[in-house]
Design a protein around this ligand. Structure first.
Ligand SMILES: *[C@@H]1O[C@H](CO)[C@@H](O)[C@H](O)[C@H]1NC(C)=O
Length: 430
């Protein structure tokens, strides 16, 4: 009996101490030390130089050979071990004692097929390609975090995995990283994205759903071409496509609960060459989005039905392709509540409570969501808006600019989140 009582007392104490540990296992002094290190001129210059190098040579999804090489060169010179190749160009580095808990920090590496229109010294040297989504800075900041973590490697209470992944922009690179098994046994993963709508010096996120699930569709409407003056001898795919595009808008406006978010956007339409010819075919395509997996599959099924039936009304045929072999649709990005709270606490200690904001849900999408389906995951955004240098242009704009002054914050945030995660969870599992 006495043994039992002692057992209960002990387990209560241990339970409470582990909760307490989870709550507070972050020394404010350590956080500011990490931030100070990342702000040292030499350190900052190095992170900025890495970012600018990647910015000048942008590479599209699964073509990130040069970027991957640069990452490995930097890891080599820091003396950090890594696994490569993962998902073709990906790199997964390890820092720590090689044991659990395993906590991952993720950066994406790819650029966009877009002509840079910013006139500055380090603009893209590759025509038609640009880092307009800040992945160049994500890589540079994660390398910065690698350096900070490596300098404290003997004190880490577990292992940090640094995940440099290919193909975020529509190629489901995260999905392929998981398929390659490089992230098995990870206890939690954390991602950081620069955001030009939030001021420099501020970090934001939210618990639960944060970004939409998204898929793409490609359509060919097959008609019968002919002379524009004898429409009755043709089957006009232009008219069929026009009414189909309009009909698609009713999936959201008439079939989706007004209190649920959904998007159907037709982003391109191509057909015909001459004013006096009815063409054989018209092609169009777009994206559909929802904040629930149920909503996503409903919209997808209805897109197919509406297009096929509308085409039939006009005596045309339609082929709807969801491009599932090459473009896996992205699930909803959902932040784990506990991991969100952890990141929020770190942000508050690092930057002060007023600089840690609640980020609104948006219908953007991220392949980080594949991680969030498999393990506790949290995505945060790092403010880079600074009007004095016009870094308030949206992501994917040819005028997109990053306030590089935000880099030390991103570097220190990554490192602090990881170190304190390991400390909290190492104590909790004792
Ligand atoms: C905005 O940019 C200017 C010029 O680089 C800099 O002096 C200032 O500190 C930046 N503001 C913030 C909030 O970082």
């Amino acid at each position: 009996m006495a043994v039992l009582i002692v057992y209960f007392l002990l387990s209560t104490v241990l339970y409470q101490s582990s909760l307490w540990a989870l709550e507070t296992h972050l020394e404010p002094a350590m956080a500011s030390e990490l931030l100070e290190s990342a702000r040292e001129p030499e350190f900052f210059e190095w992170v900025r130089r890495v970012r600018r190098q990647i910015h000048q040579y942008p590479e599209l999804g699964f073509e990130e050979e040069r970027t991957s090489q640069l990452i490995r060169d930097e890891l080599d010179s820091l003396g950090i071990q890594y696994k490569w190749p993962v998902a073709k160009t990906g790199v997964v580095a390890s820092i720590g004692n090689g044991e659990r808990p395993f906590f991952a920090l993720r950066a994406d590496m790819d650029a966009l097929p877009l002509q840079e229109l910013v006139d500055w010294e380090y603009r893209s040297k590759v025509d038609g390609k640009m880092h307009a989504c800040g992945h160049d800075s994500h890589v540079a900041m994660l390398l910065g975090a690698a350096k900070l973590l490596h300098s404290r490697k003997d004190t880490l209470k577990g292992t940090v995995k640094l995940v440099f992944q290919p193909g975020e922009e529509g190629y489901a690179g995260a999905y392929h990283m998981l398929q390659d098994g490089a992230l098995d046994n990870i206890d939690g993963i954390f991602g950081l994205h620069v955001i030009p709508s939030v001021p420099t010096g501020v970090i934001a996120s939210r618990p639960g759903p944060m970004l939409a699930g998204a898929g793409v569709f490609w359509v060919t409407i097959q008609g019968k071409g002919g002379h524009a003056a004898t429409p009755h001898k043709s089957r006009d795919p232009i008219l069929a496509a026009s009414l189909t595009v309009v009909a698609l808008q009713q999936i959201i406006s008439r079939e989706t609960d007004p209190l649920e978010a959904g998007v159907v956007t037709v982003g391109f339409i191509k057909g015909g060459q001459a004013a006096n010819v009815i063409p054989e075919t018209v092609k169009f395509g777009g994206t559909y989005r929802s904040l629930t997996s149920h909503g996503l599959s409903y919209i997808k099924n209805r897109i197919k039905e509406v297009i096929e039936m509308q085409a039939a009304v006009h005596q045309c045929d339609a082929v709807v392709d969801f491009n599932e072999e090459t473009a896996v649709s992205y699930p909803v990005t959902e932040n784990d509540e506990a991991l969100y709270e952890h990141g929020k606490k770190v942000g508050e200690i690092l930057l002060g409570e007023s600089n840690m904001e609640l980020y609104p849900v948006t219908m953007g999408a991220e392949d980080f969501s594949f991680y969030s389906q498999r393990m506790p995951a949290a995505m945060f955004v790092l403010g880079t808006k600074n009007e004095s240098i016009s870094s308030d242009q949206p992501l994917h704009s040819p005028y997109f600019i990053i306030d590089e002054e935000a880099f030390p914050i991103g570097v220190a945030f990554h490192a602090t989140v990881a170190i304190s995660y390991l400390e909290s969870h190492a104590v909790a599992t004792h």
